[in-house]
Design a protein around this ligand. Structure first.
Ligand SMILES: [Ca+2]
Ligand SMILES: [Ca+2]
Length: 281
């Protein structure tokens, strides 16, 4: 790895897709002054970590958060963490390290008794972590004031907020229709007011949309969906489908204060909706 002088702080996190191997997650921090191998650490248990995804964020105090999916029932968790023990069938893990990756500051599981897969994480304006996952769990923990406390069909999204010390679930809601909703590695974002944007792929004709939204009906098979929620995850502010007759998959979201929300994905639709002036028609 070549270190550029302009790189002030650089983090690499690897993920693997080998399902037949037991592979721990590891994170490496590179700094321009590093003369030896940069700070790095393994993090894992006896099962698999990060077979589907590992994502990371840097806190305002320099701490490093990593989140992913684990099948280990013995992953290191910290006393007083929100959920110290494994819930089964694949859970989310979230771990917080100091900037040098020397100390595990906090570590928790989050999940229900069924399968969780896909994880996406961002840090909100209030410092809470905002996480999105895809779940098959019928008992994923939700908050009393959640938009939706009930699962719908096969796979749903769950969006939750957890405190920066990983001790308190601040809010959590299901989001889905009667068929499958599928998240991605970078499908959540937050604006300066703390409102939360999430994108996913849905095959549910009853996925919740809002009156006046760009497209309130499922188009064909799979569509992208884009949803804006309030900061407590207690209501949908706006929600739309985005797609055309063939499959349209949504993979990523970016919030830009000036221009709004960007979505990226993959389409098999020849007639995917386009604006007039595009890079490529
Ligand atoms: Ca689980
Ligand atoms: Ca569903």
């Amino acid at each position: 790895v070549r270190l550029e002088h302009s790189v002030k702080y650089f983090i690499l996190c690897f993920f693997f897709a080998f399902t037949s191997l037991t592979i721990p997650t590891y994170a490496i921090v590179l700094t321009p002054s590093a003369t030896d191998f940069p700070p790095s650490t393994y993090f894992g248990g006896s099962g698999d970590e990060g077979s589907w995804a590992v994502c990371l964020e840097k806190g305002s105090d320099g701490s490093i958060y990593i989140a992913g999916i684990t099948t280990s029932n013995d992953l290191p968790t910290t006393k007083g963490a929100y959920n110290e023990s494994y819930n089964g069938a694949g859970d989310i893990f979230i771990a917080k390290f100091d900037s040098g990756l020397k100390t595990l500051l906090a570590s928790t599981y989050v999940g229900g008794s069924g399968e969780e897969w896909s994880v996406s994480m961002t840090i909100g304006m209030d410092g809470n972590l905002i996480v999105s996952t895809t779940t098959k769990s019928q008992d994923f923990p939700t908050s009393i004031e959640a938009y939706d406390r009930n699962p719908h069909g096969d796979y749903d999204l769950v969006i939750f907020k957890i405190s920066p010390d990983l001790t308190k679930l601040q809010a959590s809601t299901y989001l889905g229709g009667s068929k499958r909703e599928l998240g991605a590695l970078k499908n959540i974002a937050s604006d300066l007011e703390g409102k939360i944007f999430v994108t996913a792929t849905s095959e549910s004709s009853d996925f919740p949309t809002t009156t006046g939204a760009y497209n309130v009906n499922l188009n064909g098979y799979f569509d992208a969906v884009v949803v804006k929620l309030d900061s407590n995850l207690s209501s949908i502010l706006s929600s739309t489908f985005l797609g055309s007759f063939s499959a349209d998959y949504s993979y990523g979201i970016l919030y830009d204060q000036k221009n709004g929300v960007y979505i990226t994905g993959h389409t098999a639709s020849q007639s995917f909706p386009r604006a007039r002036f595009l890079f490529q028609n």
